[in-house]
Design a protein around this ligand. Structure first.
Ligand SMILES: [Zn+2]
Length: 176
């Protein structure tokens, strides 16, 4: 089995900008603009549905920070954060990636499209289907609890001050 191109690139630290245990950030080899970055989960997944809720949550918190870094370091006027989920959406690699594209006024990139005109009937059919499918999106898959080390030092809980004073007073009472 041939290994995924992006898993190999990550191992070789290709065009690395940032990495931690979860993600690898690299310069795009085919940048749309100067500073176009790719954020790759280290875990090999093809589509976002293969990640757990908490992983998506953590990865997108980092994507936001990367976008902020692009604003601050490159003086971008805006960023586009793009995820192509599936071949039909323009995904042309088998590894999930999130593009962070720095934008500047008049950079010539155009993501606009011609709005479609939907009939009332089409609208309500779509709405019905989606409402049903979206019923449980509020549920969140939590990160499994980390194993607890038994020898970890537990910080001693401080006694409430009042009790400590009472204790001292009791001690004093005993002094003849
Ligand atoms: Zn991969």
């Amino acid at each position: 089995m041939t290994e995924c191109e992006f898993c190999t690139l990550m191992k070789g630290k290709m065009n690395k900008v940032y990495e931690d245990s979860q993600i690898f950030v690299m310069h795009s080899m085919q940048p749309a603009t100067f500073g176009h970055l790719l954020v790759l989960p280290k875990k090999h997944v093809m589509i976002i549905e293969q990640l757990a809720d908490y992983e998506i949550s953590e990865i997108f918190e980092k994507v936001n920070k990367i976008s902020t870094a692009v604003f601050e370091s490159l003086g971008a006027h805006g960023t586009n954060i793009i995820l192509q989920n599936g071949v039909a959406a323009g995904q042309n690699h088998s590894h999930l990636m999130i593009h962070v594209i720095p934008r500047r006024e008049g950079d010539g990139i155009d993501f606009t499209w011609q709005p479609k005109h939907l009939s009332e009937e089409e609208m309500s059919t779509i709405e019905l289907k989606l409402k049903e499918a979206a019923k449980n999106i509020g549920a969140f898959e939590e990160k499994p609890a980390e194993p607890v080390e038994m020898d970890t030092k537990v910080e001693k809980i401080k006694e409430p001050e009042g009790d400590e004073e009472n204790y001292l007073i009791k001690q004093l009472d005993r002094i003849p």
